[in-house]
Design a protein around this ligand. Sequence first.
Ligand code: PLP
Length: 634
Amino acid sequence: MSDAAAYSVKMRASRAGAHVSGAERIVTASSVPKVAALLAERALSHSKGVPDFVNVKVEALQGPVRRVKALPVETHVTHSAAEGRALAAKLLASVGIGRADEILALFPESHGMRGAMLLDADTLERLEPDRERGVRATYMDDVESLGKSPVCGKNHYAEAIVLATKVQNAPGIVGEVCVSDDPDYVTGYVATRELGYRRITVVKDRGDPNGGRIFLYRGPREGVAETLRFLERTPLLVTDVPSLAAPSGPTRRFEGLERDLDARREEGLFRQCRTLESKTGPAALVGGRELVVMASNDYLDLARDERVVEAAASAAREWGAGSGGARLTTGTQPPHVALERAIAEFKRAESALAYATGYMANVGAISALVGRGDAVVSDELNHASIIDGCRLSGADVLVYRHGDLDDLARKLALCRSRRRRLAVSDGVFSMDGDLLDLPRFLEVCERHDAFSMVDEAHAIGVIGETGRGLSELFGCGSPDVTVGTLSKALGSEGGFVCGSRLLVDYLRNMSRSFIFSTAPGAPSAAAALAALKALEAEPWRVARLRENVAFLVSVLRRHGVEAKSESAIVPVVVGDEKRALAASAALEARGFLIPAIRYPTVARGSARLRVAVMSAHSESQLRAAAEAIASCIS
Ligand SMILES: *Cc1c(COP(=O)(O)O)cnc(C)c1O
């Protein structure tokens, strides 16, 4: 194969003028048709959506293409944005680039630029001629693609190394910092000729959309033009690009796991299961001691209710312990059918579909409703099962600021052209206990013709006069899709989706977590049904719970603890992870089980005691708990 016959093949795709994807290869003449076809295919099947414009450009390259060896790669495992950034700063400082913190602070500015920022490494003056576009490093490839038939998929890792190698070979360039602008991709790198390519596993917080590339230049201003020419015009082939797989052996494999866990321990983030040695209830045995439990989602004390327990026991005798199959095969028994009917009636919906868990309901519903090319707009504090459903769906995920429905509207407007749009929110936010403004949410969704979906896991049995949820509280309509769980206030297990008959028929046919998992056993379904009946017959439980929450909050406030709640969840934010853990341990010593909730369940630095109130807590238990909390966090 001769370099004289090298061609550049470039693809770029856009929709409504906005960039969707791009790629390039340097290949021999005989590979050009195949590569051009592959890149076109890639453009048309990009996860960011179907483009309305695709350009595939083929150019013959003049003369032999220069080859350089790939930068050596090293990976640094970090556990937080702060740690990753500190490391990046240290690495840059080690090669004489001193103002790393200021450089890293520029990423919000580079957000949205197609190319990189070009900065004077010392004065931080911006040198790129076009600030909107930035500097694009192009005409480069892994030498492997020259001869071999190109692989169809995209190897982001290899592409990043090829790019970083080209950049570090440019005259005047002394370093590069790269942070992905994908809110879900938290890994970044620092590259310099001396250090090579230093991959840093966490350089930003999940959900942070700010990112981009910053090239660092040192030299006279007259030299910039030559640097740009090299980056944007001079073809380069990179040899010895390492593959992603790290060298592994039986020990290396596990060492990594241990290191990760050790880091968690150091940060007060290591977790273990605690065994409750008695029935769940307002008090339980832990390690042989009775503790007041202010951590349970069994808000209405129905998990140990005689009627609920008996329903499960007799269903086990009548229908068996397990269902033996998925719902669509052999797993549907009369208790499942009765439960779905009762849920629909309770929620005043046309129809309901029971899932094995609330988690599966969210994952199954979201991934069935939206897919590639669609968009889902999600509150930044939504429950993990919603986040996972969004990711699994393959739809583009836009995250809006917590509770900010103007931001929701803006983001829905951004994806007007999508086939489907879904807006999704917790009804009661599980770590803050605050509520969604449902009427406005519905109005915004309607205006943008987006599916509205609300997760009422912590709302069922808690919110509204009779515990029917947010629609009851606000006296408004229901979202297109309501998700709930049977495992919290209903004291049983399982999840559900309710809405129109069309929606439920659709999900029964399309929702993979419903289709491909064994149905929960009849005992669970029967227990949930009995709990639902108890809730309907005894609305005093809901009223009692509300009074208990108000009482606890008032005692906390009297003791100078900032607290409020619109649900059964009363967060007492402490901040530091280890302080929260210490407070929780001190409370346990005093006889209260109140967990410290830490990252990754909540953001780092916002660790909290999460106090969950039950209707069955007595006034004296609540008063004692509030006093203990006040003294343990001060
Ligand atoms: C608990 C919870 C779920 C998951 O429900 P499970 O039945 O426990 O799987 C989903 N969403 C929210 C908001 C929750 O708090």
